[in-house]
Design a protein around this ligand. Sequence first.
Ligand code: FAD
Length: 470
Amino acid sequence: TTALMLFRRDLRLADNPALSSACASHARVLPVYIHAPDEEGESAPGAASRWWLHHSLDALAKNLRERGAGLHLAHGPTLDTLRGLISRTGAEAVYWNRQYEPASIARDTRLKAALQAQGVAVHTHNAALWSEPWTVATQQGDPYRVFTPYWRTLRAQVTAQAPLPEPAFSDWAEQVDALPLAAFDLLPSQPWDGGLAATWRPGEAGAHELLDLFADDALADYARLRDLPARHGTSRLSPHLHFGEISPVQIHYELERRNARVDARRRADLEPYLRELGWREFAHHLLFHFPHTPRQNFNPRFDDRLWEPPDEPVLERWRRGRTGIPLVDAGMRELWHTGWMHNRVRMIVASLLTKNLRQHWRRGAEWFWDTLVDADLANNTMGWQWVAGCGADAAPYFRVFNPVTQAQRFDPEGEYLARWLPELAGAPPALRHEPWKDPALLRRSGYPAPMVDLGQSRKHALDAYQRARG
Ligand code: FAD
């Protein structure tokens, strides 16, 4: 018999429960990837994610080839394509790992019903999360809306369990009429991806390289280093996690295993990092239980009363990193160049856009969606609503980040600013933080004057929030 293993955002061989069960079923297994972005709704990949997907599929296909298998690439619609493969191969079962975005859930529900109706067995698994969104609930059986109690409950359930090993492969089904990867047309037509290629190595091996680096280097001091954008103080695993090239189970197990060898203090160092993975789980919990939140405020009290209509010139200066506020511009240019931005800087650029510039958080989320290699509907929605103050367990509305004092505190030598703002690299740190204090520097370097008065715009934002609260 034959079984189809449908890869989606679980682009790895180790700790892949659907793949392991397909292989364990003793059927001949055909690995398949079907490109059907129009079935993914709001989570259809943006430009930077398409770049990543291309290279990640390439890496997966190579890994499979080394094991004697071909990755069958095809275009959607998923159901029609699966039916075609089933009739050609005589497959009796389809295996996949579950997804949690609203459009993907709807699609998978339809797929499963249609395949079962024609007598094909469907086996689905969890490959992405410690705990699926419906398995964590309050004592009343409701979803959590606040992170700390959610994390207390989840943390008590999470143990460093051993991940599944890569299956011992035996029998692979022959490929028929597979497309070449180029047929998906995922790479940009203009070559803007040089910075991405220089920064990342998509695929399972690249993910484990970063994990090794993090475990050896930054983990021990994570609680302090994670806030310093000039340092590689975080794991940078977010795109690898998004595409399922590595799982939280693998990360947790590997870090515990190494730390257990050292001592108890280092085991404690792990907790702040696990907590961040907990935020990722919480974001998935929220998106599953409140599927309207990519489009609507979690807290309806703030609907449409805070933000001005879209102002294209304002948005464009923010996107291009030309606001004249150094930490914001450095972050936006890091994003454009590498497809990633440090978490603290994400909070600060989002605060400037939604509070000082009074633009809707969805405009910012859209730009992030297109430019982040880790763009993730759950994390991006939660992150933006948190900063904008309208989300579940959001930052209090009156918290408006001051990008100048944030830079002075978290980038005191202005290293991060110098890296991304060549115009200011030659200026002393104090002026990198506040270049407007030297008008000659602005004239000489071409770096813009601030597009907004931070103090005044903060006051206007607070007034607007106050009114919205009624
Ligand atoms: P680490 O510090 O090494 O953390 C490990 C992992 O935990 C991350 O890879 C990530 O999967 C998870 N994580 C860490 N912080 C958060 C968080 N605050 N929320 C959810 N998960 C978290 N993250 C995305 O993966 N995709 C997004 O589209 C995204 N959009 C964001 C938008 C805004 C406005 C903000 C404020 C944050 C956003 N984040 C997003 C969360 C966070 O910034 C990134 O996950 C983090 O910077 C990734 O870097 P890292 O892998 O080095 O993190």
